[in-house]
Design a protein. Structure first.
Length: 294
């Protein structure tokens, strides 16, 4: 996980590949910054391959001077711009500021089976909102620990990756002693392949479908974050006390099932029960597990 790295006087907020080859998979790159160019990567005659990784809100605005930068994702630069490199992105979510690349030495960029903001030519690519569960978390700040960049079940990225791109588990990341198998887990250790086809991005989706931002899809999830936790309970208490909060009175009125135009201790108790795994009412849509934190 590469989060909030800063290159305040140069290029490549998170990575530098210099006359080398690198293969990077199951990684999350969020809110990395380079003042010149290449919010995530600067490549000098490099060959870099990214597989099943998620890139979100990285920036390389080129504030060091006119014409010196841009490329929120990567910058390609070689001596006198005479030695181009290669970058490959497979099964990735690339949702960064545009333009994505600063490419003055004609390096080759290949992208396939990926969701790319602004679009990119290549097999299996598309450009659609990736439908992250909660990209900025409860605190509404991108790049903090409560962000959830898993895909909703309704995301076009679910079951949209290329199984053949998943590399062999040469580092035995799952610890089963089998290095001939493909990498079988995602960033947080969940099974990498469900339903026969890999999802794009760093996480394997596990919602069965539907819009995961719909309120009450998981009973008691009053802030529609994808799971019931202390923030939901606290929000109901705030409504009960008449204090400002992010949810409405109707959101907090969860008990009896369907509501009774009142918010009181019964609603708080019902949400506590849901938090403990014993909700007093059924889900309004298909049941699903709460999301794992990134």
């Amino acid at each position: 996980m590469f989060r909030k790295n800063r290159a305040v006087l140069g290029s490549g907020g998170a990575l530098l590949v210099f006359s080398a080859e690198a293969t990077i998979g199951n990684c999350l790159f969020v809110d990395n910054f380079a003042s010149s160019r290449g919010g995530v990567l600067v490549s000098h005659v490099g060959n870099t391959r990214f597989i099943n990784s998620t890139f979100f809100a990285n920036t390389g605005p080129g504030i060091d001077g006119p014409g010196l930068g841009s490329g929120s994702l990567a910058a390609f630069e070689s001596f006198n711009q005479l030695s181009p490199g290669l970058a490959t992105f497979q099964n990735c979510v690339v949702w960064d500021d545009l333009p994505l690349f600063w490419n003055m030495d004609a390096s080759v960029v290949n992208i396939d089976h990926s969701d790319v903001q602004g679009g990119w030519p290549g097999t299996g690519n598309f450009a659609a909102d990736p439908r992250f569960i909660d990209a900025d978390g409860f605190d509404n700040v991108i790049g903090t620990a409560d962000d959830n960049l898993r895909l909703c079940g309704a995301s076009l990225g679910v079951d949209a990756a290329d199984n053949t791109a998943v590399p062999a588990d040469i580092a035995d990341v799952d610890g089963d002693g089998n290095t001939a198998e493909i990498v079988s887990i995602d960033l947080v250790g969940a099974a990498r392949m469900t339903g026969g086809t890999v999802d794009i991005g760093a996480y394997e989706g596990y919602f069965s479908g539907g819009a995961c931002d719909a309120p009450f899809c998981f009973y008691g999830d009053v802030n529609a974050s994808g799971g019931v936790n202390f923030m939901d309970i606290s929000a109901i208490v705030q409504v009960f006390k008449g204090l400002p909060t992010s949810i409405t009175f109707a959101d907090a009125d969860i008990f009896p099932c369907g509501g009774n135009a009142m918010v009181n201790f019964q609603d708080v108790s019902a949400d506590v029960a849901a938090f403990k795994g014993t909700p007093p009412c059924a889900n309004a849509c298909s049941a699903r597990p709460p999301p794992r934190a990134p």
